[in-house]
Write a protein that binds this ligand. Structure first.
Ligand code: URA
Length: 208
């Protein structure tokens, strides 16, 4: 698995602001959007382009335009929704695919309760978004499903990753790319990333 940790000062600064537990829901959302824009900028670096002829004020010229099937974004519910605005700010024509899943309390197996994916997944760049890569269980199951439907080029965008989650994800899906703003210290006994952000879903939705 190819891991890219963004090292831009703006990323480090905004992540620091996000770690403060005393910021408002509105501020938290805004920072998540801004960081998601920067992750998307990095993750979209290799989108293919083609030359097109256009007319300008001083005659005809060739410009570059992103070509091929439009990318699809897959927000991992619920917290992944908080990154969607940021991704769509830079890639406004992206299609959105949704997989809703929960864990069976007894077997811990992921159970899909909703699935609506765009067609021709195999021809698209697929951006899976989730603020926190903790144990990696849901992300792994989400990517399993995407691959079963043909996805081939997958990039995962997270704000904070745990070393344990990275190791597990790399073992299951060595062929994907991962972009993160931070690799934190460890997971605690409750599955929270330390120092992390706390419960990112609750902070995004104001349900804490
Ligand atoms: N999910 C979160 O929102 N935070 C964590 O630290 C781990 C999982």
């Amino acid at each position: 698995m190819q891991i890219s940790q963004l090292s831009h000062p703006l990323v480090r600064h905004k992540l620091g602001l996000l770690r403060n537990k005393n910021i408002s829901t509105q501020k938290f959302r805004q920072l998540v959007t801004e960081l998601s824009i920067m992750l998307t900028y990095e993750a979209s670096r290799h989108l293919p382009t083609e030359y097109q002829s256009i007319s300008t004020w001083c005659g005809d010229t060739e410009i570059e335009a992103i070509c091929g099937k439009k990318p699809t974004v897959v927000p991992v519910l619920r917290a992944g929704m908080g990154m969607l605005d940021g991704v769509l700010t830079l890639v406004p024509n992206a299609r959105i695919s949704v997989i809703g899943m929960y864990r069976n309390h007894k077997t811990f197996e992921p159970v899909i309760y909703f699935e609506k994916l765009v067609k021709a997944l195999e021809q698209r760049m697929v951006y899976v978004i989730d603020p926190m890569l903790a144990t990696g269980g849901t992300l792994i199951a989400t990517i399993d499903t995407l691959k079963q439907h043909g996805a081939k080029q997958i990039a995962v965008l997270v704000l904070v990753a745990s070393p344990e989650g990275l190791e597990r994800l790399a073992k299951h899906h060595p062929d994907i790319q991962l972009f993160t703003a931070s690799i934190d210290e460890h997971l605690d006994q409750n599955g929270y990333i330390v120092p992390g952000l706390g419960d990112a879903g609750d902070r995004l939705f104001g349900t804490q």
